[in-house]
Write a protein that binds this ligand. Structure first.
Ligand SMILES: Nc1nc2c(ncn2[C@@H]2O[C@H](COP(=O)(O)OP(=O)(O)OP(=O)(O)O)[C@@H](O)[C@H]2O)c(=O)[nH]1
Length: 619
């Protein structure tokens, strides 16, 4: 171990030459959070006895699932040689749904550690994150992790990594985040290789907001990187996009808990608290300046994350609707990517149409609503956004299949993604076959090494977002990895399939599907509903239809439940009692046209396999 002192004195806040802002990027499970843990320990910011695994993953869901959802920034002292430096490390999520969090974090850094599992090699998100880092002009330090594993092949993968980023295999560092081997040397390399931030200390203050979090006690906590000038406690700051001004009640750094300070200077990463309660007033990507002698030109911002998948969220108990609205409002404070608007469904009552970045995001939001706000929810089958052009030239954006326009449609367009798949070459055939059945178009193929290939496809988002990942894993025995990014939209032969109960449309079950798959969808839904809907006093046809054309049909046979059949004689009060009781039971039913459907039937039909499993698994 080199000569280091874990509790090196902090240098003056104003010397950017001693600052290093870096992040760790990697494919999921390659060990980012574990490496971050070791760094926290080695630099002494977290004491041994307070240490717990995945220290920075603060949300329960993150810890239980072992994934990182929110980025975290931590300040650590590190003495490389004899000079005390300050490192700002930003831990980032790895799942494709949260890529926008990664790109925000990267913009606050000058360098990054590209971490690769020494037993796995380069995976799809390794590439995706590397490209993001290159776009941000970051210095890249290639590192192999898990060298303690018996299955590790560091020489082989050092070659692969060196080939990818164009360096010497000898420059690829080797560490074990588990045992701590090589981590101190890695921190020294961060100091040596990552450039110090540059900025004009005398210019008007400009700080970039890269994250904004809602804290129930303190209001909005805004994370910034100061690019020029400085921000100080008690000063009045101004948000450049809105012109709104606020007093800085507190300013400080995370080390790893919030530590107030007098101010933040050029290159420093820290937090601001203004007492504002709404995260939207502290928008990620905005530039913060001072009200007096403020800057006039804002820094370049970020693109707003765009919701890719929509689903209806309905409270199981209709009286929870106001509680759901409040909960969504609160969650949105913390999650800029969440969008929602009220909607009503004949089958499910009052609820919201909510936009998500992907299925994992949907699951996380739903779980947080249920857990943190005590709500019982039903989510309708998720769908992507369609653009419909009518023959008369009018355009419709469809986020809810039941709003698919009727009339003469000229074209329906759906979002497409560019997907990168990496797998051992023996699975090329299986992957091609899968992509073919998912309406994919091959764009290219490259060998990363003798036995590993990278395949590139464009695929409709609707085909990839639900169960593609599970199918890919099962066809490749878990060896393939996948990453994708939106690339626009394309026209497709898409139709709306409606489900009708006794001739009435059930809006919650409408779906937009490719015409080749419409029949299978119709048969599946009709079959499922036949099992779930109890017999009525008349025969109930269940039909799946495209427009007026029925493509599948099932029937729930009639049954007359005559509660009076055993009641002989003329005791009128007893008869009345029985009829009253029957009425009670009916209250829990929803009426769809003339058909009584128990709420449970809707829930069961929507919540089983109509939701894909991709989000449940990790990439
Ligand atoms: N043997 C060994 N296991 C490791 C090492 N580093 C991490 N792991 C294990 O690898 C798994 C994934 O590590 P994480 O640190 O959670 O991975 P991550 O990249 O942060 O994952 P996300 O936060 O979900 O993106 C955990 O089970 C770790 O214990 C290592 O150096 N050696």
């Amino acid at each position: 171990m080199p000569a280091i002192s874990s509790n090196a004195p902090e240098p003056s806040r104003t010397d950017p030459a001693l600052l290093r802002n870096f992040c760790i990027i990697a494919h999921i499970d390659h060990g980012k959070s574990t490496l971050a843990d070791r760094m926290l320990q080695l630099t002494g910011v977290v004491e041994q006895r307070q240490m717990r695994a995945q220290y920075l993953d603060r949300m329960d869901i993150e810890r239980e699932r072992g994934i990182t959802i929110k980025s975290q920034a931590v300040r650590m002292p590190w003495a490389a040689g004899d000079t005390p430096h300050v490192l700002n490390m930003i831990d980032t999520p790895g799942h494709v749904d949260f890529t926008y969090e990664v790109s925000r974090s990267l913009a606050a850094c000058e360098g990054c550690i590209l971490l690769v599992d020494a037993a796995q090699g380069i995976e799809a998100q390794t590439l995706a994150n590397l490209y993001l880092a290159m776009e941000n002009d970051l210095t890249i330090i290639p590192v192999l992790n898990k060298i303690d594993l018996p299955a590790a092949q560091p020489d082989k993968f050092a070659g692969e990594l060196a080939h990818l980023i164009g360096c010497d295999p000898g420059d690829v560092l080797r560490v074990s985040a588990k045992t701590g081997e090589g981590v101190a040397e890695l921190l020294d390399e961060v100091v040596r290789q990552v450039p110090a931030p540059v900025g004009d200390a005398d210019a008007p203050a400009r700080a970039m907001i890269f994250d904004s979090v809602y804290d129930a006690y303190r209001g909005v906590v805004t994370y910034v990187k100061v690019v020029d000038g400085k921000l100080g406690r008690r000063e009045r700051i101004q948000m450049m996009s809105t012109g709104a001004t606020h007093e800085l009640l507190e300013i400080g750094v995370n080390s790893p808990e919030m530590t107030p300070s007098d101010g933040l200077a050029v290159g420093e990463v820290g937090y601001l608290i203004t007492g504002v309660k709404d995260v939207r007033q502290s928008k990620v990507g905005d530039t913060v300046t001072l009200q007096r002698h403020g800057a006039t030109v804002p820094l370049g911002g970020y693109k707003d994350p765009k919701p890719m998948v929509f689903s209806g969220l309905y409270p199981i108990d209709g009286s929870d609707y106001p509680a759901l609205r409040d909960a969504l409002e609160k969650l949105q404070l913390n999650d800029a990517a969440l969008v929602y608007e009220p909607e009503t469904s004949a089958a499910l009552g009052f609820g919201f149409r909510v936009g998500f970045l992907g299925l994992l995001h949907l699951e996380v939001v739903r779980e947080r609503l249920e857990r943190e706000f005590g709500l019982d929810l039903i989510a309708t089958a998720p769908n992507v956004v369609y653009q419909v052009t009518m023959e008369d030239g009018t355009e419709h954006t469809v986020t809810n299949p039941s709003e698919f326009p009727t009339g003469k449609i000229a074209e329906v367009r759906e979002p497409v993604v560019r997907a990168t798949l990496i797998a051992p070459s023996e699975f090329i055939g299986a992957i091609m076959e899968l992509c073919q059945t998912r309406r994919g178009t091959m764009q290219g193929m490259d060998y990363l090494s003798e036995e590993r290939v990278e395949l590139r496809y464009t695929l409709p988002l609707a085909e990839i977002v639900f169960d593609f990942f599970d199918a890919l894993k099962s066809k490749t025995r878990g060896y393939a990895s996948l990453d994708y990014e939106p690339t626009g939209e394309q026209a497709g032969a898409l139709v709306k399939v409606d489900i009708l109960l006794h001739g009435d449309k059930v809006d919650a079950f409408s779906a937009i599907v490719h015409k080749d798959k419409a029949y299978a969808y119709g048969v599946k839904m009709a079959g499922k509903l036949r099992e779930l809907i109890p017999r009525q006093q008349f025969e109930v046809p269940i039909q799946a239809a495209i427009g007026a054309r029925v493509i599948a049909r099932e029937t729930v046979r009639a049954m007359r439940k005559d509660v009076l059949s055993k009641c002989y004689g003329g005791d009128i009060s007893r008869k009345r009692k029985l009829l009253e009781k029957q009425k009670e039971g009916k209250k829990r039913m929803k009426m769809v046209g003339r058909v009584e459907v128990p709420q449970e039937a809707f829930i069961a039909a929507l919540s089983s396999d109509s939701e894909g499993g991709e989000g449940k698994s990790k990439k």
